[in-house]
Design a protein around this ligand. Structure first.
Ligand SMILES: Nc1ncnc2c1ncn2[C@@H]1O[C@H](COP(=O)(O)OP(=O)(O)OP(=O)(O)O)[C@@H](O)[C@H]1O
Ligand SMILES: Cc1ncsc1CCO
Ligand SMILES: [Mg+2]
Length: 256
């Protein structure tokens, strides 16, 4: 198996995404939709976002990957999500779960816990959401018979899988936390990378590192949160191998 943490392996993964032009179906919150679609397009992927009950299964099964994000979880989204997940899973597509704000609502946390029984390639959370998932989501997931990669984002992103592989990814910039929905858009990047590789752990490490290196380049050019967003899209679009080689700050952690 190739090393998961290597600048060239990570850039090769980005090139695969750019070459493949994967379709990513996204059910996400109303705040994150435009940024997420633009991030996918800048990356070289094709976003779709319908939640219409009569169409969502067709979109999900004809996409290369699915992202489910639980922000603004209204009744329409509650209905659409299982349809999309079942259609994508039956078609063998990687699915990513981002259980936004489950720390804020017991009803949403209960909904997310039920969703954990579906077949996820990766789960992306921030620290508060990880606590609400019940500590280590991956252990919990392994106990119920599947093994998503768990990515906990923050100033340093921590990635682990059920086999004990773990990584710390230190790229990124605090301005990314001062602009809404960067985490949500990052989940869509993971879905795109997962669809172009058969190593989910390496895909998650590569997707987060690409997104965060682009975030660093953007932050160096931006004057604040407002100009970060267009700079982030441009940096993703223009990202070169030397950008990853020069900036990658990622380590594999000792296995448990
Ligand atoms: N202080 C920081 N330093 C470096 N990178 C950061 C920092 N804060 C966030 N990031 C990066 O920004 C992205 C979003 O992470 P964050 O943990 O803020 O997500 P989130 O809380 O789910 O955000 P949202 O809900 O707004 O989408 C990640 O790629 C993360 O690595
Ligand atoms: C601000 C906000 N509210 C619900 S979802 C969302 C985007 C960040 O998760
Ligand atoms: Mg989030």
């Amino acid at each position: 198996m190739e090393p998961a943490i290597d600048a060239d392996v990570i850039f090769d993964a980005l090139e695969r995404v750019r070459r493949t032009v994967p379709r990513v179906h996204v059910i996400t919150n109303t705040v994150a939709q435009t940024l997420t679609a633009n991030v996918l397009l800048a990356l070289g992927a094709v976003p779709s976002m319908t939640i219409a009950p009569a169409e969502v299964a067709a979109f999900a099964e004809s996409a290369d990957a699915l992202l489910i994000n639980l922000g603004t979880l209204d009744e329409d989204r509650r209905q659409a999500i299982p349809r999309a997940v079942h259609a994508a899973s039956a078609a063998g597509r990687p699915c990513v779960l981002d259980p936004v704000f489950i720390d804020r609502s017991p009803r949403r946390a209960a909904y997310a816990r039920k969703l954990l029984h579906e077949s996820w390639s990766a789960i992306r959370v921030n620290a508060a959401e990880l606590d609400a998932l019940g500590g280590t989501g991956s252990t919990q997931a392994a106990n119920i018979g599947f093994s998503p990669v768990l990515a906990v984002t923050g100033s340093v992103d921590r990635v682990q899988d059920s086999t004990g592989r773990a990584a710390s990814l230190a790229n990124g910039h605090p301005l990314m936390g001062r602009t809404t929905a960067t985490g949500c858009a990052g989940g869509a990047v993971l879905a795109a990378f997962l669809s172009c590789s058969d190593d989910p752990f390496a895909s998650v490490c590569a997707g987060l590192s690409v997104f965060n290196v682009a975030g660093e380049i953007a932050a160096a050019r931006a004057r604040g949160p407002g100009s970060l967003v267009p700079e982030l899209l441009d940096a993703l679009y223009r990202l070169q191998r030397t950008d990853i080689q020069d900036r990658l700050a990622a380590t594999l952690d000792p296995t448990e």
